[in-house]
Design a protein around this ligand. Sequence first.
Ligand code: NAI
Length: 338
Amino acid sequence: RSIKSLTTSPSSHILRRGYASEAVPERKVTVLGAAGGIGQPLSLLMKLNPLVSNLALYDIANTPGVAADVSHINTRSEVVGYASDAELGKALEGADVVIIPAGVPRKPGMTRDDLFNINAGIVKGLCEAIAKHCPNALVNMISNPVNSTVPIAAEVFKKAGTYDPKRLFGVTTLDVVRAKTFYAGKAMVPVAEVNVPVVGGHAGITILPLFSQATPKANLSDEVITALTKRTQDGGTEVVEAKAGKGSATLSMAYAGAIFADACLKGLNGVPDVIECSFVQSTVTELPFFASRVRLGKNGVEEVLGLGPLSDFEKEGLEKLKPELKSSIEKGIKFAIQ
Ligand code: NAI
């Protein structure tokens, strides 16, 4: 299909927004950890995204099969698989967006912080390669613990002299996806219309959904709001337990990762008013990184939006999460600068 026919396709929601007569720019997306539980469905979803022209799939295991499989899908992007450390540079070269779901997931009984020892080293190595081969790419960090891996990435980029806080994102979209789903179920409103900001971080009580700002409005009791908050915070654990040792959320995470990457691409392409929650460098609180609503644009973060009015319950949740989030951020920084 030609680019022209893509831009005018009446079936594409994405392309109807903002591109009436312009060609869709070339955009390369690289997935690091593409053959994993998240990586595979995420690669599939990125292959379906018409904003992507080049899709680079990198993993240290099983890449050729995944890349061959995905490459047969008759959509715009050209797919290339990269299978070893020696090929990482080529996978990253020219990337506009790099998505990182590389690393080990949780098993029952584990917290995200229990993954630190393995994933911190993986993320550090991958970010060193990003600094070298595509320092201007927008980095979407999925690997846990996000509260620490994002500060690690920032330190690696600082050391390399390539750090731009506008281009580094912790992917917290799954928390938003869960909050929307759970809220719609209780509020009895159409889930597709629901919006709920989720702020703070991405682990346990650091995940703070702001149901007082949820739309469409519903008159939910304090008990229901408390239960919805807890379910959103424990959503990942709910999946880990249901999978009983076979990993953590992969399909819903791939969906969330694809939504966030799409928002980054739209921002790069100049689509106005693209807003998603993300864990970014921030002055919204006294903590150096914090998740809140972020306006995305041609350079990545255009604006980090504030928290808006909070209920007393949310104010309390905000104060409670700060010490844990602070220590996770410090742990990441300490690891990276040692
Ligand atoms: P998985 O174990 O199924 O897949 C991980 C993949 O990473 C494997 O294919 C592995 O070969 C690859 N990998 C390991 N080291 C690598 C390296 N140095 N370079 C490239 N690839 C490498 O795990 P899954 O379920 O896909 O989870 C991945 C990560 O995402 C975990 O850290 C998990 O905790 C996190 N996660 C984050 C969520 C979020 O909301 N941000 C939600 C769910 C999971």
